[in-house]
Ligand binder design. Structure first.
Ligand code: SER
Length: 874
């Protein structure tokens, strides 16, 4: 059975049982800070399991894109490990429970109409205390007791070991179904049925509270089940992965044979590039933090495999079209981003391979050094240096070290990493408030009602205060302290989302003032972050929440202008210039979009004109809430990697722009006033960024530019600004002439100077060595100075240095006979330049160099003299 067929069969089977077929959630969930990537099918249903919010349906079935990196080193080695994989699931939220879940699973697996697996090849496990599940398998399904194994919480609970070790939250015993493939001695787990019936709170004992409603969460690894049905020995041999292994091998230039030594690395490449294709498709580019770091790690690991197989140039991006082709059935949207994904992978490959050679040889030196010192561990500093300078992410170094039988001092590495982080000044203001524990507790009492589409002030009640990562009932410390978080039952404050920054303002009563410096969202909660200026905050207190309205106005202008810019980009550059990210602030916006080339000045003008034309049209901005399917029919663009609720907010401007957006907007495009493009730049491979100003900020910027031009005109004594270019050109010409004059002048004095210098130069072993700090000599005249010196005595070794424009310039010359004695002008300047913080070189008889440290010039000259001396006194 083909994998696509299995996927479809599973979903239609559970549809026939009344489950609603839901689309896969995104792979990179932005609204769940507890995970970087979606790890399982149940992730998108966390609220339903906890009974939070309205229930639109009580049973569902999905095929979920998942990514797990816990077992990354097993990928390609074992038959069944992946990073990216698809998980088939069926879910009940207080609807069906154990009995149906078990019967349906059995029916789906064994019935001829569905998978038709031989019942005798199936065994199951249950949690040790779960008699209910045992009895259903034994008495109702008819499995003999010797094919039902009972196991502990580490094997038969989900999450594994959660009763003892946590995490807190929904959990329950599970029952796993195993299959024994024909001809094999080893059973394979193909399905995990979790009976989510508890909420874990705190440490044992008595920490498992029965949930008001019992739930079902089952997960079947698609690739794993396909491999059993296709009778192949590894997931990588199934119909959707084997062709990719062959494609990857061809790209890398090896022959793919499952058992050959090349087999493992090729499988790893396929797994990792497939994972990255899905992640980057959702806009998750390789980077240094969180999920972006994982993408970078996967790409570098894959690159390293290709490098070791002998392909030492970027090539893995060529696999993207094949992956897309293979997965286009269930994920047709992948075809839209082939180019951006390939470009991003190629860029990362280039960057990594550019340094890998040096890194590999540095790594081998490290290995030798470590062994030479009788150590078995690479130190934290060494590993950090490889990480920082050579792009060997720590996991890669660990991996390479393990292959050499060495370990890495991970603690030492973390210390170095933290130090570097501190030095670069990171540490988000909001982090201290947005910690999960207190927010989870608050979430249970419902979300915050958002009133800010219609107003900027409202009366509300405090429902939660978060200080020092704890929920507190009252807070009265004023003055400088850590920021605290305040949650209200309703608020006009917009929590940062969809690129739009959070509102600022104040929350107050007659005698209390809380200054809101940022507003963040976490699920349905809106958290006001800031400092208490006076009075006391108490849970239950009625307060007035007032947004800084002029700032919000500026944000609305910038947000509406962002939609205009998106429209203008697509009109000017084509449909593929789609949004990749944005940041909307007060009268200032940044918009990232897919585009391979730098924009021309003409394109930029055209875009700016188009935006301003739509502003002066004064088009109405309309906002509707519609079912997602209807919005799509109207032509709304759903962005890849964004998760949308069933009902979406549609923002329309005139008849030219229609976007799904939760942000705050103007009523009419004319209210933007004006929009100026400030700059256009590259942010990542295949992604460009445009920065704009709107309304008063655009006007202020234009005034500042005008003032600058006027000032420049006054300084240059140009009567009109239009005269400026001509004036500048003529000044440049005057300057050139003056320099020429100066050089002529200098030449004469240099000639005079040279005679004296040569006469006074020290003689070392019969050779005149002239090392001189030529203050006042322009750097351009150094060579001429050397000619004069040589004219006085052809057989000199010279090194001259000056400080010019705050930088060091060095010139050295050695006559031909002296070269024969081992003197080299290039080596001499290099030696000196190194001291002065720079470098350079040239011919053995004449060389030049520069340096960044003027205060080191004397030291640099001394080093040059020392160089000549050492060569002459050998
Ligand atoms: N959540 C469980 C798992 O991931 C069942 O779907 O195994």
């Amino acid at each position: 059975m083909k994998t696509d067929e299995l996927r479809e069969k599973y979903l239609s089977f559970f549809e026939s049982k009344g489950c609603i077929r839901r689309p896969s959630d995104v792979l990179v969930p932005k609204d769940d800070p507890t995970v970087l990537f979606t790890p399982a099918g149940m992730n998108q249903f966390k609220n339903q399991f906890l009974g939070i919010g309205p229930l639109e349906f009580t049973k569902a079935t999905t095929c979920q894109k998942c990514l797990r990196t816990g077992d990354i080193s097993n990928v390609g080695v074992t038959a069944y490990h992946h990073t990216f994989f698809e998980m088939l699931g069926n879910f009940s939220f207080g609807d069906y429970f154990k009995k149906e879940a078990i019967h349906w699973a059995w029916d789906f697996l064994t019935s001829k109409k569905w998978l038709g697996l031989e019942a005798d090849r199936l065994t199951v496990t249950v949690y040790k205390d779960d008699d209910e599940a045992f009895n259903i398998w034994n008495k109702e399904v008819g499995l003999p007791p010797d094919r039902i194994r009972r196991d502990d919480e580490y094997e038969n609970f989900w999450p594994a070991g959660s009763p003892t070790n946590g995490p807190d939250g929904v959990c329950g015993p599970c029952s796993e179904i195993y299959y024994l493939p024909p001809g094999s001695q080893k059973t394979v787990e193909i399905w995990n049925l979790v009976f989510t019936q508890f909420n874990r709170v705190g440490a044992p004992p008595d920490n498992l509270r029965p949930l008001p409603k019992q739930n079902i969460d089952t997960g079947m690894g698609l690739e794993r089940c396909a491999s059993t049905l296709q009778g192949v020995l590894s997931n990588f041999e199934i119909d959707i992965l084997k062709p990719l292994c062959h494609a990857a091998a061809e790209i890398v230039g090896v022959k793919y044979d499952f058992h050959a030594p090349e087999g493992r690395p090729v499988r790893r490449i396929v797994d990792h590039i497939r994972a990255c294709t899905f992640a980057i498709h959702e806009g998750c580019l390789p980077g240094n933090e969180k999920e972006n770091y994982i993408v970078r790690l996967l790409l570098r690991r894959a690159s390293m495999e290709a490098y070791r197989l002998g392909r030492q140039e970027p090539c893995l991006h060529q696999l993207v079209p094949a992956i897309t082709e293979m997965m286009r059935g269930p994920y047709p949207e992948l075809t839209k981003t082939i180019e951006t994904v390939s470009t991003a992978i190629a860029a990362e490959e280039r960057q990594f391979l550019g340094v890998v050679e040096r890194g590999v040889s540095k790594f081998h030196k490290l290995v030798e050094q470590t062994r030479g010192q009788n150590r078995t561990q690479i130190s934290g500093e060494e590993a950090f240096d490889l990480h920082q300078t050579d792009g060997f992410l720590i996991e890669l170094t660990e991996n390479l070290a393990a292959a050499e039988g060495l370990t890495v001092d991970m603690e030492g590495f973390q210390v170095c990493r933290e130090r570097a982080k501190e030095a670069s000044g990171r540490g988000a203001f909001a982090d201290s408030v947005m910690s999960e524990g207190p927010l989870d507790a608050l979430r249970k009492s419902g979300g915050t009602e958002f009133l800010g589409y219609d107003s900027t002030s409202a009366e509300a009640k405090i429902v939660g205060i978060i200080a020092h990562q704890r929920l507190v009932d009252t807070f009265d410390r004023t003055g400088p302290s850590d920021p605290i978080g305040v949650v209200l039952n309703r608020t006009p404050f917009y929590g940062e989302a969809g690129g739009q920054v959070g509102d600022t303002g104040q929350i107050f009563t007659l005698d209390t003032e809380f200054v809101v410096e940022d507003t963040q969202r976490n699920g349905d909660l809106i958290v006001h972050i800031g400092h208490l200026k006076s009075g006391k905050l108490t849970t239950g207190l009625t307060v007035l929440a007032e947004v800084d309205a002029p700032r919000r106005e500026g944000i609305r202008r910038a947000h509406s202008a962002t939609h205009l810019l998106h429209y203008a980009l697509r009109t000017t550059l084509g449909e593929n210039a789609t949004q990749r990210g944005s940041k909307v602030e007060q009268d200032q916006l940044r918009f990232d979009f897919a585009h391979a080339k730098q924009l021309t000045a003409e394109e930029l003008l055209q875009i700016e004109d188009l935006v301003n034309a739509r502003i002066s049209d004064g088009a109405d901005v309309n906002i509707q809430t519609l079912p997602l399917s209807e919005a799509k029919k109207l032509g709304a663009m759903a962005l890849f990697g964004e998760k949308y609720p069933d009902k979406v907010r549609v923002v329309t401007m005139g008849d030219f722009s229609l976007e799904l957006c939760g942000g705050t907007h103007l009523a009419n495009t004319g209210q933007v006033g004006v929009c100026r493009v400030l700059k256009e730049e590259l942010v990542a491979a295949g992604v460009r960024r445009i920065t704009c100003l709107t309304g008063p900020k655009a006007l202020t910027r234009m005034r500042e530019t005008d003032a600058l031009v006027r000032e420049a005109a006054a300084l240059l004594k140009a009567p009109h600004p239009e005269d400026l270019p001509r004036k500048i050109l003529s000044l440049q010409e005057e300057l050139r002439e003056a320099r020429r004059e100066l050089a002529r002048f200098t030449a004469q004095s240099l000639a005079d100077n040279a005679r004296e210098l040569v006469a006074a130069a020290p003689v070392i072993d019969g050779v005149k060595v002239l090392v001189h700090r030529a203050d006042g000599v322009p750097r351009e005249a150094l060579k001429e100075f050397i000619d004069h010196l040589r004219a006085c005595d052809p057989n000199v070794a010279v090194l001259l240095g000056v400080v010019s424009d705050g930088k060091v310039a060095l010139s050295a010359a050695v006559s031909k006979p002296l070269i024969a004695r081992g003197l080299n002008a290039s080596d001499c300047v290099k030696t000196a330049a190194k001291v002065a913080g720079g470098g350079g070189g040239g011919r053995p008889d004449l060389a030049e160099a520069g340096g960044k440290l003027p205060e080191k010039l004397d030291e640099a000259l001394a080093a040059g003299l020392e160089y000549y001396r050492s060569k002459l006194t050998i």
